[in-house]
Ligand binder design. Structure first.
Ligand code: CTP
Length: 488
């Protein structure tokens, strides 16, 4: 048996190794393996595997005679994991005994692709659903199963397992595991870890819909939520058992990854404590009960801005017209249909630190909405719609007594972009107008890209063509910077 102790390496080499490992989104141990592999070192040899242990102060790499461990030395794919919120983060994954356990193999892969280190724990019964060999191979780590394992040289104990993790994830979280967690039982490794931990815990429940709906599970769930346990799913859908469907399907691996990323997100939150009111999407102005006047706005740009602001920590209240895209994450959404409903909702949401009016509000509505469907009558001329002007929501906010510190409007133009945008600054009482050319050829309306100009009283900033998500991120950063200054 050969071993290398990273702790004993020269400080400068250790630092280089740390930087190189971080850049590749790998652990230091994995990086050592690759470096040695490049040198043609026999470690790991074709018939000998490597695994790593951490004693809390330094890590060491040990070779031993378990062929299954050879698979564990697989590094994450080249280039993957860089820049991810999960890069270098340590996730203790407790796999419960449910049919959904098979999805954990994909979950482990997805987490490792993003640079996370996954240390798996299998409950005894979970071994009936997935093998420790498959789990260990994908996780590139030892699989822990026993609370007390005298003969296991890698036994590190439940306290250390939890101490060394950044987050504990339970997937699938069975009704039994939830009950143990809620009552504080600790009669196996998984439940002992969960009771001993002071780390955040995310669980992905999976069970038969009747078990999920049982009063006992409901009680346990309420108790766990009170204890600060985070949930992802379960979803509605088909069960593995034939003919069963309902609430109880485990969240999909990528949903679980998303929830983990959110919990481990360490990015700065410069908009924490700031409230931002927004509008997005089109409005529908009814003609009669079946017909309405609409426009081509998809809501993509406004919704992306709302999500980007929420990611920076803002409390975002979004008033959305009728759109077919999902509500942005972590944003409180009020769904409306007409311009007047949108105006009323916005007024209710003031005061705020900023208002961003992205909606393509219909300028006019019909003067007399018909109560019944307008019928064609033989020999009669086509009906003439009489229109009246809708309230200007942005101007109302921009000139109101409870005007937010920062008011931003959009200008969708097909000609004289800058001149029209500049006129709107004063007309609407806005600080910035985000101007974009929505001529048919640009494909902006309903499309995924945008080329905008930020028009302020001190000048014009021209941004290159980019995805609506990128525009949203850049605008959110600009808003954060503006709200941090004393005067906008
Ligand atoms: N806006 C609004 N309420 C309206 C019309 C527009 O709040 N009734 C807002 C939009 O959300 C956008 C800005 O005003 O932020 C400019 O919208 P736009 O349609 O470009 O301008 P209009 O004022 O409608 O002027 P025009 O259509 O004549 O260009």
């Amino acid at each position: 048996m050969a071993s290398i102790t990273i702790r004993n390496l020269d400080g400068a080499i250790k630092e280089k190794l740390r930087l190189r490992a971080a850049a590749h989104g790998r652990s230091m141990e994995e990086e050592v393996r690759l470096v040695l592999g490049e040198l043609g070192d026999p470690l790991p040899s074709p018939s000998w595997g490597g695994t790593e242990r951490s004693d809390g102060e330094g890590s060491f790499l040990t070779l031993h005679k378990d062929p299954s461990l050879l698979l564990r030395s697989l590094p994450p794919h080249e280039g993957e994991g860089k820049g991810s919120a999960l890069s270098g983060r340590r996730i203790l994954l407790i796999i419960g005994a449910g049919i959904a356990a098979y999805k954990c193999l994909d979950l482990i892969r997805r987490l490792r692709e993003r640079g996370a280190q996954v240390r798996p724990v299998l409950t005894k019964a979970a071994e009936e659903f997935v093998t420790p060999l498959a789990v260990g191979a994908l996780a590139a780590d030892k699989v822990f199963t026993e609370l007390f394992s005298r003969e296991d040289e890698h036994d590190v104990g439940h306290i250390r397992l939890s101490r060394e993790a950044d987050l504990i994830v339970v997937a699938p979280a069975t009704a039994d595991l939830m009950a143990k967690m809620a009552t504080g039982l600790a009669n196996d490794l998984a439940s002992a870890i969960l009771l001993a931990t002071d780390k955040r815990v995310l669980i992905a429940p999976a069970m038969n819909p009747r078990m999920w709906g049982h009063p006992a599970t409901k009680r346990n769930r309420a108790m766990l939520e009170k204890d600060g346990i985070r949930f992802v799913g379960p979803n509605k859908g088909e069960m593995a058992e034939s003919g069963e469907s309902g609430d109880g399907r485990m969240a999909e691996p990528l949903e679980i990854v998303g929830a983990i990323e959110k919990l481990l997100d360490r990015s700065p939150k410069p908009l924490t404590g700031k409230t931002i009111v927004m509008t997005s999407g089109p409005t529908h102005e009814p003609i009669d009960p079946v017909r309405y006047i609409a426009n081509r706005s998809s809501g993509k740009q406004g919704h992306a801005i709302a999500a980007a602001l929420a990611r920076l920590g803002a409390t975002v209240r979004l008033v959305s017209g009728p759109v077919t895209i999902p509500d942005p994450e972590d944003v409180a959404v009020i769904h409306v249909s007409t311009a007047r409903e949108m105006r009323d909702a916005v007024e209710q949401l003031l005061p705020a630190d900023a208002a961003i009016m992205v909606a393509a509000v219909a300028d006019w509505r019909t003067a007399n909405e018909a109560g019944e469907k307008i019928k064609k009558k033989p020999g009669e001329k086509a009906p003439v719609l009489q229109m009246i002007e809708n309230p200007d929501i942005l101007a109302g906010v921009g000139h109101s007594k409870s005007r937010p510190r920062l008011v931003i409007g959009f200008a969708a133009e097909t000609q004289d972009l800058l001149a029209n945008a500049q006129r709107k600054l004063d007309k609407k009482g806005a600080d910035w107008i985000v101007a974009n050319d929505v001529s048919h050829a640009t494909g902006v309306m309903g499309g995924d890209r945008n080329a905008v100009r930020i028009v302020t009283r001190s000048g014009v900033e021209e941004w290159p063509d980019m995805s609506k998500e990128k525009v949203a991120e850049r605008l959110a950063a600009k808003i954060a910077a503006a709200l941090q200054t004393v005067e906008v």
